[in-house]
Design a protein around this ligand. Sequence first.
Ligand SMILES: [Mg+2]
Length: 418
Amino acid sequence: MTRTILHCDMNSFYASVELLQYPELCRKPVAVCGDPTSRHGIILAKNEAAKRYGIVTAETIWQARRKCPGLILLPPHRERYSAYSKQINAIYCRYTDLVEPFSIDESWLDITGSMHLFGGDGKVIADEIRAVVRNETGLTCSVGVSFNKIFAKLGSDYKKPDATTVLAPDSWQETVFPLPVSSLLFVGKTVSKTLHQYGIDTIGQLAQCSPAMLQNLFGKMGQQLYEYANGLEHAPVRPYGERAPVKSVGNGTTFSRDLTRWEDVLRHISILADTVAVRLRQHGLYCTGVQVAIRDPSFRTITRQKQLPHSTHLTRDITAACMELLHHSWQMPHPIRMLTVTALNLVPAAQWSQQLDLFSTASPEREHKAEQLEGAMDRIRSKFGTGAIAYGAAFAEQRRKTAHKKGNDGPAFPESET
Ligand SMILES: [Mg+2]
């Protein structure tokens, strides 16, 4: 069945909330920034007038002031933003219980099942929601109306501020195909750049690519890109208040210098495995599979998975499984630009019994000790910070990083090479 999904995106949210207090400033260039007294403070948000001066989010106050000397700076009020966010989502919930916030000022609404109660037309409902939000809060939003979440989001970005854009099942191509690939959600600079190298710049060109080719270039994400560009994305809009179930826990790092030696690979795998294991334990989950992704400087990525003989949430086991995968799939000294470690096939702790496989060298006592050790590490970290303790291989790197950090903040501190 064709769905009707709205994506509602508040216009210049932080700046608009601040300007409710100062209506006289609305037409002047205004930005909300971290610390207005520091020229190194960063622009968090800007109003339409400031946008016209080319002010962009995340640039420094100093850069922004050069573009617009008269820029008015306001400090942020985060509690106020979340109060408005709640109020606005409560408005959305009058139209459907399927309201999934994407960020503090963006939500998806699936109105397929309820739209007949409100006249039955997606665009009319979108316009009504915009008017209600404006009347009740004084804030404006842009709404995209489409048949999947990706295009709804594209629609809300398409026309700003205070507008509705419909991307209908029978006519979306004429609007969507000419747009640059980067207008698709989750398509960042790196992916756009890689696609550009293959002559793919528009969503239309991306839609023409074979899924196999995209999979070769981007792994699992390639299939997703194909679906996004062809309007085949079908992820559901979650009911309000429901958190996405944790399906996998992963962490990756891009290295400033490519890795070429086993000892460096081991060191970084243990660091990544450690962060993954800690997060599993925080979620009360165990994994029964592990995946490693290795990317080289030319962005060729290989992904390898392994089922584990027993479920685990221990750094030791995840590191060992990843290293085994690497021994089968990596040849020293082929440079590694990025490594990602992901724990897969997660099971709740309750399902985990002492299902040690009979043929492994593990003994119940050894397992118990490893559990106790990493549990103790968690407690030490919660008391003294993440950097307080780590496994040997990871420790050297952590020490290096800490030294580096100190070097940035305080007086010159030489980076200790380990
Ligand atoms: Mg917004």
